[in-house]
Design a protein around this ligand. Structure first.
Ligand code: EPU
Length: 338
């Protein structure tokens, strides 16, 4: 185990912003993870677990030990005629896993293709795209419990999954470090109906055979046409959650804006597209403080040349205020703020 000191967190967040971490270590086995936690305890340092850094924003440095998860592994632990159960190391790059399951002919995560980050980060914000969510296929996960100082198994029902949220997301509840996830994937091909813009792509390219591979290819094409690659353009994907508003509030707005993108929620509210709100507020392509709203998708904030978190925070506030003034809706940040 090699502990580094005073490491710039810039290189560990795809937004490429962040101060110094007092200490940082990359762990690739459970033993190394236990050692790193003991080391932090001995030095009375707080802990922060990081995956690919594609869904975190650092407000500053971190006065503790950052553990970068490199725990790997891909193992089929059960299989029958209908499904396969796969245990995946939390540090595995997520899209490598999607590719592997798709090549094995398994369905369940193909719509989550090309999402940046690690496998172990997917349950934290209940990653979702094109109508699929990780919670739908997750059976259980293995964690290190910082309260009991033991490894433990959590079942899906223990995780309180909802839209872009889980028990792992709450800063108060940073009790668990995810070390592996177990998914149950189907041997049946994916079935329509598909999410609008995916269906549009399939129709346009006359794709009528739905396999995990054809759906993965379609998702990759749709994503790359609209979302910037974080390796090349610093960003953290959707910067805001799609806000959920009351039916009354929605009806008032809808009379004025009949093109407003929206979906009803299961609990009788209306979810509206934050990207639509930002675009209609006239902010698509807006640049200030070294930050920019991506021209092809208004929900993505790009770091062009921001110098610090303060630049991002000022920019974020301008967007929140403009959308609030125009629509009476307060946008909430989606990536975790640390
Ligand atoms: N829209 C606009 N202007 C824009 C962007 C979007 O009008 O600049 C409209 C679209 O035309 C569409 C609606 O907003 O009618 C929704 O847009 P899109 O289908 O792109 O999806 P989204 O709601 O903006 C969500 C996820 C994405 C995920 C996509 C695809 C959230 C916060 N984001 O975005 O997730 O890839 O659906 O399913 O739920 C991420 O979390 O980082 C992420 C990229």
């Amino acid at each position: 185990m090699h502990i580094l000191t005073d490491v710039s967190l810039k290189h560990y967040s795809t937004m490429r912003l962040g101060g110094l971490a007092k200490a940082l270590v990359e762990v690739s086995t459970k033993e190394e993870l236990s050692e790193a936690i003991e080391w932090a305890d001995k030095h009375a340092m707080p802990l922060l677990m990081l995956g690919g850094g594609s869904n975190v924003i650092f407000s500053d440095g971190f006065n503790g030990l950052v553990i970068v998860n490199r725990l790997n592994g891909y193992e089929v632990i059960a299989e029958d005629t209908k499904s396969a159960t796969i245990k995946i190391g939390a540090g595995e790059p997520w899209d490598h896993i999607v590719k592997q399951t798709v090549q094995a002919g398994l369905s369940g995560i193909e719509k989550l293709s090309l999402i940046p980050g690690t496998a172990g980060a997917t349950p934290v914000q209940n990653v979702g795209a094109y109508g699929a969510e990780i919670a739908e296929v997750l059976l259980e996960l293995e964690v290190y419990d910082l309260k009991t100082h033991n490894f433990a198994i959590l079942h899906k029902d223990d995780c309180q999954f909802s839209y872009r949220s889980s028990i792992f997301k709450s800063p108060k509840n940073r009790r668990y470090i995810i070390t592996s996830i177990t998914l149950r994937l189907s041997k049946r091909p994916p079935e329509p109906p598909f999410y609008d813009n995916l269906q549009y792509y399939l129709d346009k390219h006359q794709i009528t055979t739905y396999t995990p591979q054809t759906i993965r290819d379609a998702v990759i094409a749709v994503r790359t046409s609209r979302l910037p690659d974080p390796e090349l353009t610093p960003n953290t994907g959707s910067f805001f959650k799609n806000p959920v508003i009351s039916v009354d509030h929605f009806n008032n707005l809808y009379q004025q804006y009949p093109t407003m993108a929206h979906w009803p929620t299961k609990d009788g509210h209306i979810k509206v597209a934050a990207g639509w709100l930002i675009e209609q507020a006239g902010l698509k392509g807006y640049q200030a403080h070294g930050m920019k709203i991506y021209e092809k998708h208004a929900l993505v904030l790009v770091n062009d040349s921001a110098k610090s978190y303060a630049d991002l925070a000022t920019f974020r506030q301008e967007i929140i205020e403009k959308v609030k003034a125009d629509f009476g809706i307060i946008l909430e940040q989606e990536p975790e703020l640390i």
